[in-house]
Design a protein around this ligand. Sequence first.
Ligand SMILES: [Ca+2]
Ligand SMILES: [Ca+2]
Length: 429
Amino acid sequence: MKKHRLKLVLGSLLAIFVTAGMLFNLATNSHADDTRTVTIKSLKMSVYYDDADQAVAMPDSDYTITYADANGNSVKVATGETDANGAITDVTVDVPSDVSIIKFNYTLGTAERGYVLRSTGRKYQFTYARSIPSNNTIDYTTSSKFGAVGNDDLYATNYMATRINNYYVQSVNELTSAIDEAHEHLSGISTFENEPINIYYERGYHLNESNAFYRNGHDGSGTPDIVLADRTSLSSFTDSYLMANVMHEWTHWNLYRTANLPSGSYTSHYGYNTNFKVSYKEGLALFAGDMFRYDYDMSSTDTKVQTDSLNGVNRLFGKSTNMTVEQVLYDLLDVNSNGEDENFYVTERYLDDDTLTEKQIDKINFGVIYAEMMQSKAQSLSEFLQYIENKYVLTNSDKTKFEKVLSVNGLSSTGDFTLDEDGNALTSD
Ligand SMILES: [Ca+2]
Ligand SMILES: [Ca+2]
């Protein structure tokens, strides 16, 4: 009995020692002398290829912050998303006091938007290591090139992917703001709901092929994706080209997932498509890309449908082509036509705000047209035009203006194409 009690007492004492030891350890770990608190006020890194002045930021993109522990293992201390300027801002992390270097790892994309991917499917990630300054505060802007000495294509690839990521962010932001502004003025327009999709690009990958949206994935994986094909000369990738083509392919994705519009091929934007659905789904993507690249102003080419001539033949007027569809959509958007004498625009009856500039109205019109292309689920230009007529053409005056858009582009009163490839009347009646 006595022995048993002694055992209990010893056991209790042991438990107290163990507990005290744990407390002591906890106290040691959180002791200020053994950690340093690093404040990242702002860390903005941009990526370039051969000219640092051309460095491109990584906005709205994933980042992680890590350090290497005593065994060389990477320890993650923060994750987040860069701001609209590509900076990591207002982050505070604790690292062991003997750590002198902190690493910032950027990924081109986010789970919500999608990623820019290498041909292997790997994400583009760039790591920038920085010594922790003595005041433990980082407020720094820098640029860097990423690749491997002797592999020029890798530097070029990483820079191009960064540019694509940048225009991908801009495309999402431009469309989202256009539809949001339209939604503010027109209750019948829903706000934009984004869905992620990945964009593949790599130097030499799909070289000089068409850019494309693949509903089943470019490799047949079943997951929709986009491939931006490489070009022999990097000079092909102007800002304007990337704006138009990123928005173009991403628009195919938006219309596929909302209106079930297919992917599909065509020979040229001026070529005749016997399948009128092809003209519509390509023409609307062409329209979206050009509205982005030209900031809603195609006034200099507003009469393209009326004046086209190749060996004396007008390829566009009244005919099923991608370009015809694009130009009709532009006429629904532009407040003032340039030389073709139509003056319809889709929101004329809905905007009662006199303070809006013409440019703001153009952008709202873009938001309306894009949102309605998704909401209407129209499969052809005539279906879309009839939908627009039912919803936006309210008075006799509107009707006269709307019919003028149809007639100046060679369309019938139902918005149908009227001529075949050779210019003979289509007999659908
Ligand atoms: Ca026009
Ligand atoms: Ca117009």
